[in-house]
Structures are given as structure tokens and as C-alpha cells.
Unconditional design. Structure first.
Ligand SMILES: Cc1cc2nc3c(=O)[nH]c(=O)nc-3n(C[C@H](O)[C@H](O)[C@H](O)COP(=O)(O)O)c2cc1C
Length: 177
């Protein structure tokens, strides 16, 4: 299986990144291949509801780096959406990406792909309800399969490294993919 991991935290090597790495480590044990990208390295302009993706070639006509990500998403079997909780939702950069997923409504190119959510937050799982609901409903809309979530409590940069239980949980989740 090809896994694409999207890191929606601006802090490279921090909690989201560490948890996703653990999943990928586990997945690698089973022969899955993966690619991880940092969304903050990409220029992703906002969806402007021009609806060009709803007609003609059904492609987004905004010229930016999102087109590289479109190809990667289309080529993956499983996509990990990694984002810390920012105000009970995803980070701004992750939301820009989600809004730009509109071409997939018509093309159905994400249909039957699996989606995984990885989200650290200060408050932990109890703060993640709206985010999970948003992703699950969006996956449903696109015909994707919700394949699980890793929610962990962490606040400081890289703090999750000290939480062996959560690291093991993420690794085992990856192993079971
Ligand atoms: C702008 C902003 C908003 C945040 N909002 C929340 C929140 O609503 N609930 C929460 O539990 N943590 C919140 N946090 C804390 C982060 O989710 C937490 O520090 C997380 O571990 C960061 O992940 P990272 O290290 O991968 O960047 C917020 C952090 C920032 C910077």
C-alpha cells in the first residue's frame, strides 16, 4: 500500500510529525511504502469557489503548489491527515488543503482510498470531536473510508516523545494497517 502523510503542523519534528513517523515506522514493517510532506512548505492558495473544477476538465485552475499535492493524493492508497488541534479544528494550512479538495467531488479520484487522522492537542481526545466529525463527513462525501485516528495529549514542542504509551499506540496502529 502507498501511504501519503500530510503534516499540517508548522512545527517540523514536533508532536504531529512524531506520531505520524511512528505510524509510518509500523507500516514499513509490513512492507507499506510512504511519503511524508509538510504542508507549510507548500504554497496553497484559498479556494475561491470559482467552480472551474465543476466543469470542463474538472481541474482546479488556481496556479500554485497544490497541484503537486493533488498528484500525490491521487497516487496514494491511504492518506494520513496530520494536524494539531487549533481552536478545535485543523490548522489553517490543513484547512486550505481541505477546501482545495473540491475537484475530487466530481473526479471521484479519492473514492475508496483510506483516510487516517492524527491530531495532538493540549486537551487531548475530548477536544477533537468537531475535527473528527468534519473529517469523517468529508471522507463520506468523497467516498473515502475512515481508517482510524490517533489523538494524543501534548502541548510543548516534541512533548509526545516522553509519552511511551502514545508512541507505542501509534506504532501498533501503523503495524496493523
Ligand atoms: C493557534 C493555536 C490554537 C490551539 N488551539 C488548541 C485547542 O483549541 N485545544 C487544544 O487542546 N490545544 C490547542 N492548541 C495546542 C496544540 O494543539 C498543541 O500544542 C499541539 O501539541 C501542537 O502540535 P505540534 O507540536 O505538532 O505543532 C493550539 C495551539 C495553537 C498554536
Amino acid at each position: 500500500m502507498k501511504i501519503l502523510a500530510l503534516i499540517g503542523s508548522p512545527r517540523k519534528g514536533s508532536n504531529t510529525d512524531i506520531l505520524v513517523e511512528k505510524i509510518l515506522e509500523g507500516a514499513k514493517e509490513n512492507g507499506h511504502i510512504s511519503e511524508k510532506i509538510y504542508l507549510y512548505d507548500y504554497e496553497i492558495l484559498p479556494c475561491i469557489d470559482c467552480r472551474n473544477c465543476k466543469r470542463g476538465l474538472f481541474i482546479c485552475t488556481i496556479e500554485d503548489m497544490m497541484h503537486e499535492i493533488y498528484s500525490k493524493m491521487e497516487n496514494a492508497d491511504l492518506i494520513i491527515f496530520g494536524t494539531p488541534i487549533y481552536w478545535y479544528g485543523p490548522t489553517g494550512q490543513m484547512k486550505l488543503l481541505i477546501d482545495r479538495m473540491r475537484p475530487f467531488i466530481e473526479t471521484k479520484k479519492l473514492k475508496n482510498k483510506k483516510g487516517v487522522i492524527v491530531s495532538p492537542s493540549e486537551e487531548g481526545p475530548k477536544a477533537c470531536g468537531p475535527l473528527i466529525e468534519m473529517f469523517k463527513m468529508s471522507f463520506d462525501y468523497l467516498g473515502m473510508e475512515f481508517a482510524g485516528k490517533i489523538l494524543a495529549s501534548a502541548y510543548e514542542r516534541g512533548e509526545i516523545k516522553n509519552n511511551q504509551k502514545e508512541l507505542k499506540n501509534a506504532y501498533e496502529f501503523g503495524l496493523a494497517l
